[in-house]
Write a protein that binds this ligand. Sequence first.
Ligand code: GDP
Length: 295
Amino acid sequence: MFNNLTERLESAFKNLKGEARINDLNIANTLKDIRRALIDADVNYKIAKEFTDKVKEKATGSKVINAISPGQLMVKIVQDELTELMGGEEAQFNITGNPAIILIAGLQGSGKTTFSGKLANYLKTKKGKSPLLVAADIYRPAAIDQLMVLGEQIGVDVYSERENKDAVAIAQNAIKEAKSKNKNVIIIDTAGRLAVDEVMMTEVANIKDAVKPQEILFVVDSMTGQDAVNTAKAFNERLDFSGVVLTKLDGDTRGGAALSIKYTVEKPIKFVSSGEKLDTLDVFYPDRMAQRILG
Ligand code: GDP
């Protein structure tokens, strides 16, 4: 994951090798290399610039402690700033409510349905919850089938109404079903489109208004870099979602989405999905991710 970024940052820090202390002059190349590494990882120029400005401020303002070299100090500062950029603290995930309602939104192919299955599995096995998956995609019968298969694999019930073309009504009926069957979390997998589209947005917004979810998770393919960030912006303007799920982190992704989304939409990344298997879901910890990026 983010291999290229990791290598590039490592090589940026080498600029400080043999230096006794940090000064404006000797960190110039390091900062330039860090900025370029971020931009090549598909981080927006403005974010990359602001990032290195902050690093510079911290680095030139800090006293070098004897035990730590300028290179090590720089690594520490960059690690702290990366953590901050990705949200700082671990975000809360709200599953209070009976049932707690979680709405899943995103483009088609982003990994929504797979994530819905993984989340149900996580809540069942790690949090002792009794989830109900809801197939609210009224356009693609295959999406219902896909969720059914996932539900079967993890032993979680799936609610669907194949003949009903009213996604809001399906979601509302699912809540009734959950109550009657003592399910305490509902995960509603909504229809996606290939690109941001008014009909899709209106539909998800209507479901939101009708069921008042505790969590609205926006699912996005991390391989899509800056596009992921722009899509996040569009969904957030309409849905005011509560968190982001980054998928396909097992692929050859450069890192731009992970690094820029929180800054751009001011919503935390809550989960990362890194594989097609159902147990490849992790809670997102900004500090651990920063550590991994630095290798
Ligand atoms: P949806 O259209 O948003 O519901 O997307 P799907 O859940 O159907 O996922 C689209 C494709 O991406 C499927 O082939 C999934 O198996 C695959 N996929 C989903 N999540 C991941 C992931 O984290 N890693 C990888 N490698 N593939 C994934």
